[in-house]
Design a protein around this ligand. Sequence first.
Ligand code: SF4
Ligand code: SF4
Length: 364
Amino acid sequence: MPRARLQALIDALNDAGFRCVGPKARDAAIVYETLHDADELPAGMQDRQEPGRYRIEQTGTPRMFAWANGPQALKPLLFTPREVLWHARRTVEGSVAFEAELPREKPLAVFGVRACDLAALAIHDQHFMQQAHGACVDPYYAKRREEMFLVAVNCTHPASTCFCASTGDGPRAQHAFDIALDERDDGFLVECGSERARAILDKMALAPATHEQIDDAMRATAQAAQRMTRSLPGRNLRDLLFARLDHPRWEEVADRCLSCGNCTSVCPTCFCHSENDLQQLDGSQSEHVREWDSCFTRGHSQIHGLLVRPDTPTRYRQWMTHKLGSWHDQFGRSGCVGCGRCIAWCPVGIDITEEAAAICGRQP
Ligand code: SF4
Ligand code: SF4
């Protein structure tokens, strides 16, 4: 598909009733925003990411997706940082009426989704939508998720913080997508992943890709995987971590950790939240609000007035042993998809791959 035809895809999705969202350069980062025009995509931008550092720069290349993930994943689009779940109102008869506040926004078509974020999405689908073990479907997440259209872009420019190849989640898109793109200097290869995408792509009458173009695309993502230098010291660290709950490294990492929760905010798989009722002073109504929380906050470890994780070593240990350990019991896999965000966006540059290796006594 020639680069110029990307606009036709945006227009077709808009016509089909979606609000298109895509990556844009804003406030010195690449973030998701409403996308009206392909010219708004961050053409020529590249990123530099290291522990505690994220920068973007204009390189002048024609490519629109030559960068690794910015701070946002799909998480805030589906599991919003703050949301009113329901209202309660006192009626004139004196009873209390409850009313759910289900999402009313247009369905989203998201451009530029990376393989690691699709893997994280599959975990969130399991968490929010699977009715296993008596769990309920979350209607807020489900409404947005069932309507969401995903345009993935296979990653050819991993950051130094990326390690999705080691977790088995990238850099090629493997999980459910509607369309997956491989970007080339002269345009895109387009892979169709759903019937609704087929209906849109058929109208665009694209030329079939050649074997040579497909081989080039596979080679580009294989080379991207080879360029990743970080990795976790294994895909299942559950037993190793739980055998080391008294390791001195928990105290050492806590000397640097600020307990700020940045790592959990940017992590595409973290889903901890708190729920609170905000009441009108006159008692006439209240709203029940869900907000992201973090295992690094004091309040999140408070149960019946008792702080079960009173300090940073126990909070960092909770984060890592859940994410890389007990997540296997809950979801059948680790909670890390190797996106590297927690490394780049940690203000003191704590690196989960380095800490896991030190605690597990294994080099990645
Ligand atoms: S733990 Fe870190 S690297 Fe792993 S998915 Fe979360 S943010 Fe990404
Ligand atoms: S590991 Fe880093 S980002 Fe996470 S709470 Fe500690 S200082 Fe904040």
